[in-house]
Design a protein around this ligand. Sequence first.
Ligand code: INI
Length: 201
Amino acid sequence: MAVFEGNFTLTASLRFAIIISRFNDLVTGKLLAGCQDCLKRHGVDPNPQGTQVDYIWVPGSFEVPLMARQVALTQRYDAVICLGAVIKGHTPHFDYVAAEVSKGVAAAAFQTGVPVIFGVLTTDTMQQALERAGIKSNLGWSYAMNALEMASLMKQFKGDPHTASYNAYDDSTISTQALPVDSAGQLTSSSRVEKKEAKES
Ligand code: INI
């Protein structure tokens, strides 16, 4: 058997779409900034004029899943990141929007086979949302990490599903075989070195 895991370093050829809700843009704008900072620090060019990240703004979180599905269906992206902020008010609107967006984002991923990251905050107050969008920590950063990890992981399962050697990376330094693991299923400490050396010899 084998252990597969994503990485955060082979990012040069990855492409992302980021869908951002305008509703509560005080929060979503900060999530986006965190997301872009993370992508940039991991070698992804976040420039909208570049080739790696496209940005799609939608009116509210309710509209996010439809757009996520449509964008993922193009198969142009290695992952789609959905950013929104659903903040509880004094009406049941919050519950409807929160329920639909979470179900819808999951469905978009299942229906298209593209990782769709659920970066929609659901909080009781604006204060809580802002705390998660930069005042204390910025979950936008974590959502970008999730996207990097899933994008690189999913690439390993594209191609012939009947072999263990279906890592789709073009990068020739990447292993195309399952990594050696110990009896507990953990990567052996020398796994990566062994694979790299085997590839180079
Ligand atoms: N949209 C949000 O993104 N967050 C919210 O907190 C919110 N609330 O509470 O109303 C919200 N509503 C708008 C909704 O997403 C749709 O844009 C709107 O209903 C039109 O379909």
